[in-house]
Design a protein around this ligand. Sequence first.
Ligand code: FAD
Length: 353
Amino acid sequence: MSGPRTIVVGAGVIGAACAWALARAGAQVTLVEAAAAPGQGCSAASFGWLNLSVSGPGDDLELRARALAAARAAPGFADRRGALVWEQAPEATEALFARLRPHDPAARMVAAAEAAALAPELRAPPALAVFAPDEGAVEPTETAALLLAAARASGALGLLQAPVQSLLERSGRVAGVVLGGPDPRQLEADHVVLAAGAASARLLAPLAPEAAAGLGLSPSVLVRVPGGRALSRILCGPELEARATPCGDGVAPGAAIVTAEDPPADAADPAALRAFAERRAEALRDLLHTPFAPRAGAPARALLAQRPMPATRPFAPLDAGVAGLTLACAHPGVIFAPFLAARVAARVAGRAA
Ligand SMILES: Cc1cc2nc3c(=O)[nH]c(=O)nc-3n(C[C@H](O)[C@H](O)[C@H](O)COP(=O)(O)OP(=O)(O)OC[C@H]3O[C@@H](n4cnc5c(N)ncnc54)[C@H](O)[C@@H]3O)c2cc1C
């Protein structure tokens, strides 16, 4: 490898994707991650849905469709189990379909009988739903590990338990990182890619306070509950979204259900968060036939995480205004990771040229 010496900070789904894209583009990549394994930050609490069907008013679905195409070509994004999505009122479901249809030609409207056939686990299939057969979901921790493995196969070095204490500045440009942890030292580089998720703002603030101020956070909760038979696809109704996970429940291997939620106001209180998780498990029992529903008495677990939320969606500007540095921050970050990584790799190559 003779490309630019590039340090990637953070092995969440975004940093791991950047390391992979950079290594494939010929950069000499060293990825440094504070935790003992990749994908342990926000990515570990993510619902991981690769979707176009659920979006906000300001979301650019054309861009998101391009991001999904990039994800399909990256390691760890293969799932296509399909999603069944519906709103309370049929007119709202029709409006959702009208937004989706130009960007997802495979999506179609289904009535109750077909919804029941597609998702036999539902106690009360919706009168009208959107079925998006190409949508899928990943386990982002697993995806981060696969991306890091692919980056290593392309020559990247991955250092775990290597927390960055600060960015190294020399003559007005970022020249590397200062590592703490078991092997404290300075690592020099031609370019640093900052992909530290919720920690990026703290590392960036001393050098680029304005860019750091644009890196917001938004809390969200993933509830995991041991299930019975695996759900057939991703289900998203007006009350909750749910999918099967093969990752077990942290207690025993086997099928479990995950559901992503807005946190309750008292989420900082562990007892309140546990009670919230139990209420969501109850809601799943109302939604699903017994063989698929959360097992009675099995504990529901809630993971509260801070989602990196750039002020400019879906990405923060790659150029934070400091030479030698590229910022890699996006929301929704799983969907956009490979697309953003390709842009990061192009920028690093351009800068080096
Ligand atoms: C409940 C929930 C549901 C979600 N659902 C979806 C969804 O369906 N689809 C979707 O696309 N997105 C979803 N998201 C958002 C998505 O998970 C995030 O956008 C994405 O995981 C962010 O990835 P990241 O790599 O930027 O951050 P992280 O995963 O947090 O990775 C940052 C990494 O940097 C490391 N790090 C931090 N500080 C340092 C340091 N000083 N030195 C070295 N390493 C450091 C951390 O240990 C971590 O591994 C969801 C999030 C949540 C919480």
